[in-house]
Ligand binder design. Structure first.
Ligand code: SF4
Ligand code: SF4
Length: 439
């Protein structure tokens, strides 16, 4: 029987691209590499305007503290270092590089050169940090830091191949086309954490991927292909951990606190590339989809490629998009700039029409149907939290567990009154944090 969790919802899948093989997209004439693509401090630029850079060259790093270096995805010349506002109102900086289209690779890019069984945990952490790898499922937590914080604390590793958001098929294609890279990357992470078993967690709507993984694993006792029920948000790490182990993560705690660690499938493949080729994280698989795009595709995209170049590569628009989303429609971030670049956390870029977006319009009054409560995988009462958020009452919103909300959107998806529950809860969370800070 497939593993699952309590609550959640069945969303329309719109997986138009599940049969589209990954196409390599040529780098555009100009790339915009953000100096902050991860949780942690922004990188300090290591290049200046006028410098020549090579593909895979480090161009920014964090001086102490949490964060990952960033690398150039092309060879060419730095033309600008520009400060830009992000959709969340924070500030980021882009290193703008004019591509010389020569693809000259940096001499720093070379295979690690040691057999994995002869490698220490410290060496693995160092290689992963140097390669700038952060969680590629969207969370963007630096992978080296996740390993460091899990050492001697975890007995269960889960490789997240669930991909439960509508539209996105990037991981699905990776599992079909490069299952060895995922499994070999997982082996490196297992070596770092001294673990003898990893669960490869795949939803049961990806039967071909389950077969591909079974084939590569070939009966090895190191791996278990764990089939998950197709349900949203199965890819949320709390739900994955509960479904596979029955362990629940208390509010404010991390997976390592209940002995678990979760890595995204593409993160594993990036770890494998860092060891086998020495190539840092300078490109990723992106699902380009939505009802406005002429030809939705799965693409291997250089980091720093603007969304507009992706739309052009997919044949342009059949209808002007009303909304462009970085990530999935449930948890992704709406963008105001069509020239914003792909980053390490961009699993999809969606171009959606007004019609597809319309259900979010004109909220009505709550009819107390309870659908949001039944859908909540965190067992909250989203209707009450939203109501207190509307009244700017953070104390009561917190007493109803607002801080446990993982912002999955299952409640709003099921709300017949189209109440933007998640937006209200986000406001409540921010007011709770403000109130605590003032105290
Ligand atoms: S309240 Fe939060 S965790 Fe619960 S369904 Fe809504 S968004 Fe998801
Ligand atoms: S689903 Fe919407 S209408 Fe129903 S109880 Fe929740 S908030 Fe109210």
């Amino acid at each position: 029987m497939a593993y699952t969790f309590r609550g959640g919802t069945h969303v329309r899948e719109y997986k138009y691209t599940s049969k589209c093989p990954i196409e390599k997209m040529a780098a555009p004439d100009t790339v915009y590499i953000p100096l902050s693509q991860h949780i942690g401090a922004m990188c300090t630029p290591l290049v200046k305007v006028g410098d020549s850079v090579l593909r895979g060259q480090k161009i920014g790093d964090v001086e102490g503290g949490l964060g990952c270096p960033v690398h150039s995805s092309v060879s060419g010349k730095v033309t600008e270092i520009r400060e830009v506002p992000t959709p969340t109102g924070q500030k980021n900086k882009y290193v703008v590089i004019e591509n010389d289209h020569l693809d000259t690779v940096s001499p720093d890019v070379r295979p690690f050169g040691k057999a994995i069984q002869d490698t220490t945990t410290e060496e693995i952490i160092e290689v992963i940090r140097r390669a700038g790898i952060s969680g590629m499922g969207g969370a963007t937590f630096p992978t080296y830091a996740k390993i460091s914080s899990a050492i001697d604390k975890v007995d269960c590793m889960i490789i997240n191949c669930a991909e439960c958001e509508p539209f996105i098929t990037a991981n699905h294609r990776l599992l079909l086309e490069q299952p060895e890279a995922v499994v070999n990357g997982a082996k490196i992470l297992m070596k770092a954490l001294k673990l003898r078993l990893a669960h490869l967690a795949v939803e049961d709507n990806k039967f071909d991927a389950i077969l591909a993984l079974d084939d590569v694993v070939d009966g090895s006792p190191l791996f278990k292909v764990s089939v998950m029920k197709t349900k949203y948000p199965q890819g949320d790490e709390r739900q994955l951990i509960y479904a596979i182990t029955g362990r629940e993560i208390p509010q404010g705690k991390l997976p390592a606190d209940v002995g678990c660690v979760v890595f995204n499938a593409e993160t594993c493949a990036a770890v494998y590339k860092a060891f086998s080729l020495g190539m840092p994280l300078i490109e990723r698989i992106v699902t380009a989809s939505g009802d406005c795009l002429d030809t939705p595709k799965n693409l291997l995209v250089p980091i720093g490629t603007p969304y507009s170049a992706i739309a052009d590569f997919c044949g342009g628009y059949i209808e002007e998009p009303e909304k462009i989303i970085n990530g999935g429609p449930m948890m992704g971030m709406a963008q105001w700039d069509v020239d914003a670049p792909v980053t390490k956390g961009t699993s999809a870029v969606l171009f959606l029409s007004k019609k597809m977006n319309s259900r979010y319009e004109q909220p009505e009054s709550c009819i107390r149907c309870g659908r949001c409560v039944r859908a909540c995988p965190m067992h909250l009462m989203p209707n009450y939290i939203a109501a207190y958020a509307r009244k700017h009452d953070p104390e009561n919103a917190e007493s109803y567990g607002a801080l446990s909300c993982v912002e999955c959107g299952s409640c709003a998806y099921n709300c017949p009154a189209h109440i933007p529950i998640v937006q209200y809860i986000k406001v409540a969370k921010s007011e709770i944090r403000d109130a605590k800070a003032k105290k």
